[in-house]
Design a protein around this ligand. Structure first.
Ligand code: CA
Length: 328
């Protein structure tokens, strides 16, 4: 080969390497998790919402997982169906005494017949987020965890990127009461697709502390585990969490707790306490159309990422967060 060409190729290669290292480093600093996919733009947890989020160059795509009657892990946020599907129209006689339709009462084949739409209130048929994707338009379906992993791994192959998955075990105690060990089934699916250790670009999350501990101990998972948090009293349990988990997933309101008299934001000690125990902090949920006390989405992101110093965010608007991080 021409010497000159070799030099150019070497320089190009070195250039790529440097760029690559830079990108990896900046991403390692702040992690963007597509919350239920690009759910600010398309119905949550549908494959189109996942493909859209994938193209936004997030670090992870989130999957909430509930089991079907025939033990297929389904990607859906609630154990119920009537807030995102037309189950009440298609299977009116399949509700339980509490008037709710349960994922666990339907086979995978039946679930596949349902039409998925933007989240709505079944009592009024009104959208929860009125400015998002219109109700009942186009065509969306439920899918299994397996189908979603195949989409993401397929895109990793065709694009050359390496975007991770971030599954959540939903309601393990409810599943157990129904005679199902959801964690065991999900761990098996993950292992079948090569997600076994912390190196495998998969983070497993759960609100149920007893169950997440069981996943680490009894079920001997070596995955990166995140303990989700919801209540104030859990903030005293960080040391216990650090014995089996690698990170915590608190609500953003557990971190930014109010405003000082001078107009600056008041923070809890949660992030610094977690960091002292070597726990990463991935906070939820960042929505550009639900800002609370904040004037703009950028202000919320600045305060959470660079003042409160969280390590990552779950967001319905991944493009906005990726753009914000790349700019700052
Ligand atoms: Ca979730």
């Amino acid at each position: 080969m021409d010497k000159f060409l070799v030099v150019i190729l070497t320089l190009t290669f070195m250039g790529c390497q440097t760029n690559e290292t830079k990108i990896v480093q900046s991403k390692a600093k702040k992690v963007v998790i597509a919350h239920r996919g690009a759910s600010g733009y398309l119905p949550e947890h549908t494959l189109p919402a996942k493909a859209m989020a994938y193209a936004m160059n997030v670090d992870f795509l989130e999957q909430d997982v509930v089991l079907s009657k025939d033990n297929v892990p389904i990607v859906i946020h609630d154990i119920h169906l009537e807030t995102v599907t037309d189950v009440a129209t298609q299977f009116p006689d399949r509700k339980r005494e509490d008037n709710r339709y349960y994922v666990i009462d339907f086979t995978f084949e039946e679930l596949k017949q349902l039409h998925v739409s933007e989240r709505f209130n079944p009592a009024t048929n009104e959208a929860i987020y009125p400015n998002r994707f219109p109700l009942g338009k186009s065509s969306f379906k439920l899918h299994s965890l397996q189908e979603e992993i195949e989409l993401i791994q397929g895109l990793n192959k065709s694009t050359g990127k390496n975007i991770g998955i971030y599954p959540e075990i939903k309601a393990p105690a409810f599943h157990l009461k129904e005679g199902k060990d959801i964690s065991k089934i999900v761990l098996k699916t993950l292992a079948n697709y090569g997600y076994k250790t912390k190196k495998d670009n998969c983070i497993l999350q759960c609100f149920d502390a007893k169950e997440l501990k069981r996943i680490r101990t009894e079920l001997a998972s070596e995955l990166f585990l995140v303990q989700l948090m919801e209540f104030k009293e859990e903030e005293d349990k960080l040391e216990e969490f650090s014995k089996y988990a690698d990170g915590i997933g608190p609500w953003v309101q557990q971190i930014i707790v109010g405003e000082n008299e001078d107009g600056t934001w008041k923070f809890s000690k949660l992030v610094s306490n977690a960091h002292q125990l070597n726990l990463k902090v991935h906070a939820y949920t960042f929505r550009a159309d639900q800002l609370g006390e904040f004037k703009t989405f950028e202000e919320l992101l600045t305060v959470a990422l660079y003042k409160a110093n969280v390590d990552g965010v779950f967001t319905d608007f991944p493009d906005k967060v990726v753009e914000f991080i790349n700019k700052n």
